[in-house]
Write a protein that binds this ligand. Structure first.
Ligand code: ASP
Length: 718
């Protein structure tokens, strides 16, 4: 949103010039309008060099990686870089106690050693086209069902016209609450192999302690390669596939960056909520975040204790722990930042201005807009909370529930499936999932997670929105421990071996008994309760909020034509630009923009789960032979990370950090603690993204891991 304007209102920062840090995640087709400004800041390319449909451009080297991250092409032979935390579940997937790639790292020394990853996808943007006029015309004057129908129809028409090539996927995507629409066509590759990953002591150095924190010393990168069919087009995994040749790959600058340099981050930011009204921000601070943080505090207590008790559990729960801890810590920082910046007060002031404009004849169509959002919000909050709790319990909770669900259809329709001949295929799939499940599953840990989260869920769920049987069952026990113990005692889904035997025996009667299994019963109840009692009201209220917020967003643009109101992130390709710069987020505190290997050694604590290092790395860091990757001069140093004023969010993880010449200088992976509120309120003076310096990445690959053959594939610019 026009946070600069909000900032003006809030902290008198109106003197900020346009050549400084810049809020905004820009749609690449609209960069022409910003070309002058970017060039004045240090860009030596044109908007057409960044995004073009006529020639290869930077966008052809940017990849939507695994759905939730970004990656970038760095060689003409399909090599890509992303974050260590983006490749984490793949690294875990290939790890075992004998081959502990999480702990020791992994480097394929030749193509045959590169490891396939079922289900991992790498997507390129083929074309983005503004179809707003056509869609808005088709929707004009329509509401409710007829609007939904008309939207479906016009989307289908546009997509049918545009997708003449069968290899293209994608479709029309709504932006800015439905004020704009773009057709986005994509090409997706399915054979993406793991090529290299540093030890977690590098890739995750600092662990949860340093996550979202500056100064930072994390080598958060991993290396993959895309394979394609003989004709360079997408192909399912096959040994005969060949390295994919991208239309563009980033040259890599080892000249590096210095304070003040222009930078861009090009990637797939997931979601921002900059148009939340003051009451909604208050709800985030006072209700939503505390509740979600408490749920995760509880599950992390169980998981962290288990992980420190054995290597098996450390590996088995690595990915789950990270995915829970990441947002948990962000929410804490976000609440803090929103309070410090008095986001609620600032939003109220903006809303008051809006209301007073709306009370004039010229803007009378916006009268009542804020009130409409706030009224819909009131009815929405309980359902938002119930939905968040459902997600916490089912998707970030014990594994037993979703595992039971894998077998749900088979249990419920066993005889029918047997008769129709569909059983064996479905069973094969479910048993394969069971095998995967067995790899990481530990019934004691899972029961612990279930115990704390079922208690938390029922404690936090708003009055009248709890699933009845779950609540009664839980309350029939004296303690959550007793409830969880009984639940696991009576479920077969905590025992993958028994489960397999039961299904392989194939006795219909015994299988049908699973209809009474507590895990299957609970997941069925939670889901049907969610689908019938929560989701419809949630979606209806969200729809009302969206419609009113579309008017709010449009009204702001009309009322304040000289301000920029940015379009919220929606997992589509965006460019953000700013500078390499530090910050001074609190009184008496200054963050420099660059960190060096000195900081790694300062943080090094042998035996500490977050700050231990392999001894050979300690030695190499102490030796300080940086080769071509060090800074110039006699006291050459190796830069590890740097911060910039690029406006990023989750999903920008792994995004290329690019200099004014379009060369790769780093990989984006995080934001500073004081920036975590930027999804709701971006503040140009303190929001900083964190990138790992590409020279550190190359030094680790080349000098430390001895995988210089990968660097040889890249285009290095000195
Ligand atoms: N660490 C984030 C991610 O995982 C990046 C961010 O939110 O700045 O996507």
């Amino acid at each position: 949103m026009a946070t600069k304007m909000l900032a003006c209102i809030m902290v008198s920062l109106c003197f900020v010039t346009t050549l400084q840090a810049k809020e905004g995640m820009w749609i690449p087709t609209l960069l022409q309008a910003l070309e002058d400004e970017m060039q004045a800041m240090g860009l030596r390319l044109t908007a057409e060099d960044i995004y073009s449909i006529n020639q290869s451009s930077l966008k052809d080297a940017v990849v939507h990686f695994g759905g939730g991250c970004t990656a970038e092409m760095v060689s003409s032979e399909g090599l890509l870089l992303t974050n260590h935390h983006c490749g984490y579940s793949q690294i875990q997937y290939h790890s075992s106690v004998e081959n502990d790639y999480l702990k020791d790292g992994f480097w394929a020394m030749n193509r045959a050693e590169e490891l396939p990853n079922p289900g991992l996808k790498a997507t390129f943007i083929h074309r983005i086209e503004d179809v707003s006029e056509r869609v808005l015309n088709a929707l004009q004057g329509l509401e409710g069902e007829s609007r939904a129908e008309a939207r479906k129809k016009v989307y289908a028409e546009i997509e049918a016209e545009m997708f003449v090539d069968a290899s293209l996927t994608g479709g029309v995507v709504e932006f800015d609450f439905g004020n704009q629409y773009f057709l986005i066509s994509k090409i997706t590759y399915n054979d993406v192999r793991l090529v290299g990953a540093p030890p977690s002591a590098v890739g995750k150095f600092g662990g949860d302690t340093d996550n979202w924190i500056w100064p930072r010393h994390t080598g958060d990168f991993s290396v993959f390669r895309i394979y394609a069919g003989e004709d360079n087009s997408p192909a399912e995994y096959s040994e005969s596939n060949v390295p994919f040749v991208p239309a563009h790959h980033f040259p890599i600058s080892i000249e590096g960056v210095k304070d003040g340099d222009f930078t861009m981050v090009f990637g797939f930011p997931g979601r921002t909520e900059q148009y939340l009204t003051s009451d909604a921000v208050k709800h985030v601070i006072e209700t939503l975040n505390p509740m979600r943080i408490a749920m995760r505090d509880a599950s992390l207590g169980v998981i962290n204790a288990a992980r420190s008790s054995s290597d098996e559990l450390r590996i088995a729960y690595a990915s789950k722990q990270s995915s829970i801890a990441n947002a948990w810590k962000k929410w804490m920082g976000q609440s803090m930042g929103l309070k410090e910046l008095d986001a609620v007060g600032g939003k109220i002031e903006l809303e008051d201005k809006f209301k007073s404009f709306a009370s004039t004849l010229e803007f009378s169509e916006y009268e009542g807009v804020i009130e409409a959002i706030q009224k819909a919000n009131e009815g929405y909050y309980p359902y938002l909370e119930a939905r968040a709790l459902f997600f916490e319990l089912v998707y970030y909770g014990p594994d037993i529930l979703l595992h039971a669900l894998e077998f749900g259809e088979i249990v419920e329709n066993y005889d029918e499936l047997l008769e129709s001949g569909e059983l064996s295929e479905k069973l094969k799939l479910a048993l394969r999932t069971n095998e995967e499940y067995a790899k990481n599953y530990n019934a004691v840990v899972d029961e612990g997670i279930f115990r704390v989260l079922s208690e938390g869920y029922l404690n936090y769920i708003p009055e009248g929105l709890a699933p009845q049987n779950f609540k009664e069952e839980f309350n029939s026990f004296n303690t959550a421990e007793d409830y969880a113990a009984d639940f696991y005692e009576n479920s077969i889904f905590d025992n993958p071996n028994e489960l397999e035997v039961l299904f392989l025996k194939g006795k219909s009667k015994s299988i049908k008994k699973l209809l009474n299994d507590p895990a299957l019963k609970l997941i069925n109840e939670l889901r049907s309760h969610y689908v019938t009692q929560i989701s419809p009201t949630y979606s209806r209220a969200k729809g009302e909020i969206k419609t009113a917020t579309a008017a709010y967003s449009k009204g702001l643009r009309m009322m304040f034509p000289d301000e920029e109101f940015i379009v919220d992130a929606n997992s589509t390709l965006r460019l953000t630009f700013g500078r390499v710069e530090g910050s001074s987020p609190h009184d008496g505190m200054t963050y420099e923009a660059l960190s060096t290997t000195k900081g790694i050694l300062q943080k090094y604590k042998p035996g500490h789960p977050d700050f231990d290092l392999p001894l050979d790395l300690v030695e190499a860091l102490r030796e300080g032979d940086w080769g071509q990757y060090g800074t110039d001069g006699k006291d050459s140093e190796l830069i590890v990370c740097f911060t910039g004023s690029n406006h990023t969010t989750g999903g920008n993880s792994g995004s290329p950090a690019i200099n004014g010449d379009g060369e790769l200088v780093g990989i984006n992976f995080d934001r500073t603690w004081e920036s975590t509120m930027s999804d709701i309120l971006f503040d140009e003076s303190r929001c900083r993204n964190i990138m790992v310096d590409i020279r550190y990445v190359l030094w680790i690959i080349d000098h430390y891991a001895g995988a210089g053959h990968l660097v040889k594939e890249m285009t290095i610019v000195e």
